[in-house]
Design a protein around this ligand. Sequence first.
Ligand code: TRP
Length: 450
Amino acid sequence: MSQEKRRILTGITTSGTPHLGNYVGAIRPAIAASRRAEAESFYFLADYHALIKCGDPQRVQQSTLEIAATWLACGLDPEQVFFYRQSDITEIPELTWLLTCVTGKGLLNRAHAYKAAVDQNLAANEDPDAGVTAGLYMYPVLMAADILVFNAHEVPVGRDQIQHIEMARDIGQRFNHLYAAELARKGVSFTLPEVRIEENVATLPGLDGRKMSKSYNNTIPLWLRPKELEKSILGIVTDSRAPGEPKDPEGSNIFALYQAFANAEETAAMRQAYADGIAWGDAKRKLFERIDAELAPLRERYDVLIAKPERIEELLLAGADKARARTRPFVEILRWAAGIRRLTDRPATAAAATPAGATALPQIKSYRESDGKFYFKLATADGAVLLQSRAFDSPKDAGRLAAALVDAGDDRSVVAGLLLDAAPAAEIALPADAIAAALAALKADKLAKA
Ligand code: TRP
């Protein structure tokens, strides 16, 4: 059997201009990871997410172009990975709605970004939801759709996104449970994604020494011309130590930036220069030279790419085609599972296909395992397992409980009590509707035969 490749997926919101922090913290490590052949990588431009923070259409478009050109210039190979624009995958907003309908409002109430907005409003004596769009509120559901639609295994993100991945798991799990019988019939379910935090990727300090971030307005844009880049670097804050005074590399912004670009040898030399009292101006110039040495060849490619938006557009559309070969059939099944179906696609059609006179019934079966214990299993007519019992020492105990379940039929409270005894905790979370329906059918059959 061929082993399924691990799917690694991440999105980039297209609301800004790429800066050095994005490059070191996300772009560079992601492109390095995409070259490992054992994984399938998915990188996409999250332009629908951009609308949540940015109401400037011109800026959303320009940012999408710049970010696409940046990833390509930095070496992303669209032949090797899935590289696409979120809004081209129309299955993403479709799935967003399917997921919205299984997502607890309370779950979204707990999202950090939403709570922060509410707290700010409360502190300012405003209405708690003042200025909060439903888009901001729904952000985690759209993100869950991004991830679940490709059944991604891993999502490399910054720490601020951990909660979003956890919510994607919750939402995916809820859908899996609610439509378990339908999904089993089609042999699919959502893969529950895991967050991956890159521990040894540097977080760059910005111009003011705080983390480089658009929200602090302290960034150094990635594609500054060399002169502007040098000027920007000369503006980084330092302490007031004079030339000749030894300087401490730990806690120095200049040193942290230098280290993010330099190899071990260069870093050691800079450490020595600090001990020898290098002047801040000289340290900054060395920093500029080191950064520019890495960026210059990429900048050349970037300039060529950004001048040809039509070429990038073509690449993105091709990427969308490749991605939709996955999402189209998958979302079709998910819609079906939720009941968005052709009117001609009815259970009656399936029953007609069974041999004349036989009605397809759920099954409740007792059996003995190689561990010598006794079990029973409840399955749909299609063979989807609804309930797997715990182990019983005697076949009588297993049989008695199975019979009691059938006698309970769709009396939910009796069934719930029996389930506590019948199944391990993890198995009770199965869709109650499906279990009740199966038991009711078995009870009706039993009464008819009695
Ligand atoms: N919310 C992410 C951020 O701001 C961007 C994003 C959107 C994303 N969809 C995603 C990241 C899916 C990972 C997976 O950084």
